[in-house]
Design a protein around this ligand. Structure first.
Ligand code: ZN
Length: 98
């Protein structure tokens, strides 16, 4: 796993200011990881699955549409299962605090 710091970007669900992204797995080409337009992410504070989108100023986060998750489930099952496992872990950590 590889973590990259980036511009402060609020989670659209809980407002937590996300300042880094951790890539699950390694890039095939060995280059440092930077979130790209369409990259899927997870808010470590509330467990919402998010999607990076870009505009002229950089990128922002939206809730990942179900359609994208369905495509990922069908076409990229390994990473889909990693994502769901990471989400389960975050939601479990949140449940322990409440
Ligand atoms: Zn959040």
């Amino acid at each position: 796993m590889e973590t990259t710091r980036h511009q402060l970007t609020p989670c659209p669900v809980c407002g937590y200011n996300i300042d880094a992204a951790t890539r699950l797995g390694k890039r095939q080409d060995g280059k440092p990881y930077v979130p790209e337009d369409g990259s899927i992410s997870l808010c470590a504070k509330c467990g919402t699955i998010l999607r990076y989108l870009t505009n002229g100023q950089g990128f922002y986060l939206v809730e990942c549409p179900q359609r994208i998750l369905d495509e990922m489930r069908d076409n990229d099952r390994e990473n889909f299962l990693l994502l769901k496992r990471a989400q389960t872990f975050v939601l479990y950590e949140i449940s322990k605090k409440n």
